[in-house]
Design a binder for this molecule. Structure first.
Ligand code: SF4
Length: 298
């Protein structure tokens, strides 16, 4: 197949656009989409310290590479990475993420669930079963990354979420009937470092290709608990549907953004957790989880 823009050999076919693209035009298209997301959402400004939440997988590693290239000439922007070891045996060797950050010339802050919470995800699963592994792991990781970022003067946390992740989240919230989340816009909350998602309009397979072209040694394994998450079911269902309707994931993400926009006027009380001092909507979910697992919160 030939590239539809220059007639050189194509490396990818985008079903949603109908275009075959060569390596150069694929990279140009990819980076234009990520830059547009940053521009549209006003996600970067002079003086920012952006930290990529770096797992060492394809999404976050590509994001660190992309932001490194994007900010190479910007002395007014600091770029670093934050890596958290959740304690999942045989998965996410934290030294891999540190190696990638070093290769890309970014400082990498590291933390572990063991040191911060006194418990690992493997131990939580051993105690509570694996059906809720992702909700426990996700809540604790988000909270820890936020705290590290805040303590180091980070102004934006960059997440490697891609179009597939975003579309799955919208659909999951619909399936759960979680109108609150669907109507929750991004807003500034004291103590919460704002999050940015430059790859939110880029399909997962394109992020994988971008990682393959630019990053050496990223993690390709799957978390042993991933199959238990509702997300795994939604992902299968959505991929299957999108085979017949290629623009579905974009439609879901656009719909999700419109709902969040419609929820701008809805006020949610933000309090501070009496145990850990972190900002929370109602009760601090991290402390609830640690209370359940360790019995150390009344
Ligand atoms: Fe944590 Fe679930 Fe991701 Fe595994 S798949 S790292 S348990 S959130």
């Amino acid at each position: 197949m030939r590239c539809d823009k220059c007639r050189r050999g194509a490396i990818i076919f985008q079903r949603y656009s109908g275009l075959h693209l060569c390596e150069d035009h694929f990279i140009a298209d990819f980076e234009a989409k990520a830059k547009r997301a940053i521009r549209t959402h006003h996600w970067m400004k002079s003086g920012d310290h952006i930290a990529v939440a770096l797992s060492g997988g394809k999404d976050s590693s590509s994001l660190l590479y992309f932001l490194k290239v994007l900010t190479a000439q910007r002395r007014d922007i600091t770029l670093s990475a934050i890596t958290v070891d959740e304690g999942i045996k045989g998965y996410r060797d934290p030294s891999r993420a540190v190696r990638i950050a070093t290769m890309l010339g970014a400082d990498c802050l590291t933390a572990t669930f063991r040191d911060e919470y006194g418990v690992t995800v493997d131990e939580i699963v051993a105690k509570k079963g694996d059906t809720c592994s992702c909700s426990y792991c996700g809540v604790l990781r988000r909270s820890l990354i936020n705290r590290i970022a805040r303590e180091h003067g980070v102004t934006k946390i960059a997440l490697g979420f891609n179009l597939d992740d975003e579309a799955q989240s919208v659909l999951m919230n619909m399936l759960r009937g979680d109108a609150d989340r669907l109507l929750r816009p991004q807003r500034e909350v004291a103590g919460m470092v704002p999050r940015i998602r430059p790859f939110m309009y880029i399909p997962e397979r394109e992020v994988a290709l971008y990682a393959h072209l630019h990053v050496e040694g990223y993690e390709q394994g799957r978390c042993p608990y991933a199959h238990n998450a509702l997300r795994a079911d939604v992902r299968g269902m959505l991929n299957d549907y999108a085979l017949r309707h290629p623009s579905t994931k974009y439609s879901l993400v656009n719909g999700g953004e419109r709902l969040a926009e419609a929820g701008r006027g809805v006020r949610e009380e933000i309090r501070t957790c009496e145990h850990c001092g972190e900002p929370c909507g109602a009760t601090c979910r991290s402390c609830q989880i640690l209370g359940e697992v360790l019995g150390n919160v009344s």
